[in-house]
Design a protein around this ligand. Structure first.
Ligand code: SF4
Ligand code: SF4
Length: 281
């Protein structure tokens, strides 16, 4: 269990606790203000991307201190965790509203619209979160398709998530004023700020999943389809055995490698049951 499960989930998966999606949490003025600032302050995001690039050139000791400070602050404000599609489905089972919007990261970094982010609420029609977002200058939610906030059924949303997996996008759940959870994103290493921060700059702003992948060598045909999808460099190919190997110490447990495997050779194990990965977050 990650530290959020202990702090915000009473020892169970924190993102499966309905209380963490409750409108009640939005009565906190600071949390509401954080959400408003998050979706309107694109200049600050661009500025932070540049600061991160400069930090990469700083001495290691300075990078380590700054990384600890940023991670600590983000755990209070906007922190994520990788989740596999089974847990996305469990979340969809208890929320009452799913809204698809343009991705804020891609909007800032690529200046293009990619509809990879999903707002989820317990209340119908987006609840108090929807009211906040609708009250902002949220022009980034429009873009070329001009769909703004597009309401999906659970079945439609799940089908879209399965497509995202085949494109190599990994599902991540996000707080907006921890422990309030407002959405699930579909991330890749090149475009997603959180993955860039966590993987490229070694400043964690999201936990690994509660799972790690394992492969059955008897089922693996060595086709290497799974390698194309892994964002985390956890899969390698053994030319000697003509099969893939999963490094569980690098695996983030997203499970998307399974989506293209023709023989169902990969499955997810509970991270806590895998000694080599149990304490890696
Ligand atoms: S996709 Fe499946 S069969 Fe192909 S290399 Fe990966 S684990 Fe093996
Ligand atoms: S090996 Fe691990 S990190 Fe890579 S795609 Fe599979 S589950 Fe995700």
């Amino acid at each position: 269990m990650c530290e959020f499960c202990l702090k915000h989930g009473e020892g169970k998966k924190w993102y499966l606790q309905a209380a963490n999606y409750s409108d009640d949490l939005l009565s906190d003025v600071r949390r509401r203000r954080y959400i408003e600032d998050f979706f309107t302050n694109t200049d600050e995001v661009e500025h932070n991307v540049k600061k991160l690039d400069s930090l990469a050139k700083a001495p290691a000791v300075i990078r380590a201190v700054v990384a600890r400070l940023i991670t600590g602050r983000m755990k209070k404000q906007h922190f994520g965790q990788v989740i596999p599609i089974e847990d996305v489905e469990r979340i969809f089972d208890f929320v009452n509203s799913i809204v698809r919007v343009a991705c804020f990261c891609r909007h800032v970094i690529l200046h293009t619209e990619h509809r990879y982010c999903y707002g989820i609420t317990l209340a119908p029609d987006g609840g108090a979160l929807g009211e906040i977002i609708r009250g902002l200058d949220n022009s980034f939610l429009g873009g070329p398709d001009n769909l703004a906030m597009e309401t999906l059924t659970k079945t439609q949303a799940l089908a879209a998530f399965r497509d995202h997996e085949k494109q190599g996008l990994c599902h991540t759940v996000w707080t907006f004023g921890t422990p309030f959870i407002a959405g699930i994103c579909n991330c890749d290493r090149a475009d997603c700020l959180a993955m860039r921060c966590t993987l490229t700059h070694q400043i964690p702003v999201m936990f690994r999943a509660e799972y790690v992948a394992a492969v059955d060598p008897d089922l693996c045909t060595g086709c290497r389809q799974c390698m194309r999808l892994c964002q985390f460099g956890a899969i390698s190919y053994s030319a000697a055995n003509k099969k893939i190997v999963i490094d569980q110490t690098r695996c983030f447990g997203c499970g998307i490698c399974r989506s293209l495997c023709p023989t169902d050779a990969i499955w997810l194990e509970n991270r806590k049951d895998v000694p080599a990965a149990a304490n890696l977050w």
